[in-house]
Design a protein around this ligand. Structure first.
Ligand SMILES: NC(=O)c1ccc[n+]([C@@H]2O[C@H](COP(=O)([O-])OP(=O)(O)OC[C@H]3O[C@@H](n4cnc5c(N)ncnc54)[C@H](O)[C@@H]3O)[C@@H](O)[C@H]2O)c1
Length: 444
């Protein structure tokens, strides 16, 4: 098949690379820098296993990236994988989807010989695919020339290629049976998991399924963090033992139930917010999701409550932040818990130094970047500092160990937001606080 993918981000580029194992794929991307990198065989995002797949597709002539003014030849499928961020009020911003639709409408006759599948892969509120794609195209073109599907994407950043090849389930919302069958037959050969469960539903149900899944995962995270907050106040409670006991119940799955820094990244915060707004627009109170967000927003306060001195005393003092990515194995800093922490510490006049082994600091927005200095090594970051926060569970921090991390600090005080060192024997000269633990140093 000939397939065009709009958007070379975490979803679009990984999807394109996987599809290029069986199809001819053109990726349309508005960011010229990404287009150049991709065609040079380099990946603009940090995602394990993506680079070799990309290079293989390009060298076999089955994958290429082009700019947004590219006029494509007839295609069998067009997939929309552009960003759908939160608007200022928390609702979903559909500007990128709208601009892709304008491009498809303008180029429709060039794109479509006989019949084309239009596949929405961006996360969009229920009803969007019908309004933005089906209704708009039906007004202008013969509806026998296209069919529409919505396939929610469930990949995890840092595991995207694996998740695309071994999905737990494939959900397809389709405008009719014909397009459902065509689309399913096109994507299944690219999936390595044998007989993955394929669930067929209405387009609107599939759209909502994505929001419901992410909101449930976020709910689990906020639940675990509320338990951890309580454990911080009760001596002799070990939150890891508590959660081990909870997840030993076969009705409760282990994932997303470990205390940490809340949910971040480009998906969970915006999807919870999007679903919340959808309910509020329909005059539903959405009490549960409101609480889930409230718990998440309290993460910075929780971290700062573990700092043993009044925060006003941080003025002018060097503070180290280890990790800027919202989680390990990705370079993504969208909704990273490090950002509100940096903002708060800066408001107290702290001299903030940040290290991350993978993040490209050039992409940090100016208003945040001006609040801190970037350090190339862990040692540069912690030398002579009074306080350090471990914010991302990078193996680099885990393997160097607590003693080495704090070795050159002026005051050896580490707040561990990922509970990396909770089971380490803590030397007496180090003050160690972990999120979820009531003890000030040593093993809980
Ligand atoms: N990142 C994830 O883990 C993940 C997982 C599942 C679903 N999703 C959803 O998938 C969608 C894409 O997410 P992402 O993380 O890949 O976003 P992203 O920001 O990484 O990538 C989007 C890309 O689309 C490009 N783009 C924007 N408008 C364009 C246009 N008109 N034409 C061509 N390219 C355009 C952007 O420049 C960017 O490179 C979102 O709706 C998101 O919610 C993301």
């Amino acid at each position: 098949m000939k397939i065009t993918v709009y958007g070379a981000g975490y979803v679009g580029l990984t999807t394109a690379a996987v599809l290029s194992t069986h199809h001819d794929v053109t990726v349309i991307e508005i960011d010229e820098r990404k287009v150049e990198l991709i065609n040079a065989g380099e990946t603009p995002i940090a995602e394990p296993d993506l680079a070799p797949l990309l290079r293989d597709g390009i060298s076999r002539g089955r994958l290429k990236a082009v700019g947004s003014d590219y006029k494509n030849s007839p295609q069998d499928a067009i997939l929309i994988c552009v960003n759908t961020p939160s608007s200022y009020d928390g609702s979903v911003d559909l500007k990128a989807v709208d601009s892709v639709m304008q491009s498809i409408e303008t180029n429709f006759d060039g794109y479509v010989d006989d019949y084309v599948i239009i596949g929405m892969r961006s996360t969009v509120p229920p009803g969007t695919t019908r309004t933005y794609v089906i209704d708009r195209l039906q007004k202008q073109f013969d509806s026998t020339r296209f069919g529409v599907v919505f396939q929610p994407e469930f990949l995890r950043q840092g595991h995207a290629i694996y998740d695309l090849r071994y999905p737990d389930r494939v959900i397809i919302g389709a405008s009719d049976q014909w397009v459902y069958n065509l689309y399913k037959d096109a994507i299944l050969p690219c999936i390595k998991r044998e007989n993955p469960p394929v669930i067929h539903m209405s387009i609107e149900s599939a759209e909502m399924c994505k929001y419901a899944s992410n909101s449930f995962l976020a709910t689990k995270i906020s639940f675990a963090n509320e338990m951890a907050s309580l454990a911080e106040k009760i001596p002799h409670v070990n939150i890891d033992d508590v959660m081990d006991g909870v997840v030993a119940d076969h009705r409760i799955c282990d994932s997303h139930l470990r205390p940490g820094l809340g949910f971040g990244g480009s998906c969970l915060p915006k999807d919870v917010s999007g679903l919340y707004h959808l309910g509020r627009q329909r005059e539903l109170p959405m009490n549960l999701l409101e609480s889930v967000q409230k718990v998440n927003r309290s993460t910075t306060d929780r971290l700062l409550s573990l700092v043993g001195i009044p925060l006003s005393e941080l003025k002018g003092k060097k503070i180290s932040i280890l990790g800027m990515a919202f989680k390990a194995d990705t370079d993504d800093i969208r909704d990273s818990p490090s950002i509100p922490l940096i903002q708060r510490l800066a408001s107290y006049g702290g001299d903030i130094h940040v290290h991350d082994p993978v993040v490209n600091f050039k992409i940090v927005p100016n208003e945040i970047a001006q609040l801190f200095s970037v350090c190339d090594s862990i040692e540069d970051c912690t030398r002579d500092s009074y306080l350090a926060f471990l914010m991302t569970d990078w193996k680099e921090y885990r393997s160097i160990g607590l003693v080495k991390i704090t070795e050159n600090m002026r005051e050896k005080y580490l707040v561990d937001g990922r509970r990396v060192f909770v089971n380490t024997e803590i030397p007496k000269n180090i003050t160690y606080r972990a999120i979820g633990s009531s003890t000030i140093s040593g093993i809980v």
